[in-house]
Design a binder for this molecule. Structure first.
Ligand code: F6P
Length: 207
């Protein structure tokens, strides 16, 4: 079973370091969505045709660019980004300045820290569990378009990554993470339409 994970394209909040919310894609994010569409076209045989995605606007706008390449698209609110509660729609700097004690608690234990009126990574790992179990029971290849924290939580299930490491896994924007048979096979940075896609790790057999 092949699982391809990706975050939405860059949102209007990403360059500003604003947490959460429901922003639109930035211009760069839209460009990525179009490049991704091209990538799927160029690797059509290899690429999963079943898409599961979050309900947030930035994800829906990303999926909009390639939806006609998919056989099915399932939207699940269980894949929405970590709920940062009190800290939704503020920057990390504001988080530190306004709620220094909370910020420090999170820094000390990111895995179990729960935002006031929000969630922890442990909560999120539980929230995505039904989606993961459904995928595992069907055994089909899937393309999951979600968010930074959600991709980390999904990896807790799909690759059995050490729980303490989960909140710190690098999930770059505009990069596909490929998981095959329970192992992270590698990452592909989806570049411009001139096919400058970079294989970050491993070589992929795109046949
Ligand atoms: O900054 C983008 C974002 O998706 C936020 O919405 C979310 O709270 C955050 O990443 C999760 O990453 P971290 O747990 O490292 O703050």
């Amino acid at each position: 079973m092949r699982i391809v994970l990706v975050r939405h394209g860059e949102s209007e909040y990403n360059p500003l370091n604003i947490i959460g919310g429901d922003p639109n894609l930035s211009e760069k994010g839209l460009e990525f969505a179009n490049n991704l569409n091209k990538f799927i076209e160029n690797h059509s045989k290899w690429f999963p045709k079943k898409c599961i995605c979050s309900a947030k606007k930035r994800v829906q706008q990303t999926v909009g660019a390639f939806k006609n390449k998919m056989k099915s698209i399932l939207v699940s609110e269980n894949l929405n980004e970590l709920n940062a509660g009190l800290c939704e729609e503020i920057t990390y700097t504001q988080f530190y300045q306004m709620y220094t004690e909370e910020f420090t608690k999170r820094y000390q234990n990111k895995l179990s820290y729960r935002y006031p009126n929000g969630e922890s990574y442990i909560d999120l790992i539980e929230r995505v569990r039904p989606v993961v179990e459904d995928i595992q029971s069907k055994g089909e290849d899937v393309f999951i378009v979600s968010h930074q924290a959600v991709s980390r939580a999904l990896m807790a299930h799909f690759t059995g990554e050490n729980l303490e490491d989960i909140p710190h896994i690098d999930i770059p924007l505009h990069t596909l993470i490929v998981i095959e048979d329970g192992k992270k096979k590698g990452m592909i940075s989806v570049g411009s339409i001139d096919m400058s896609d970079t294989l970050i790790q491993e070589s992929f057999d795109f046949a």
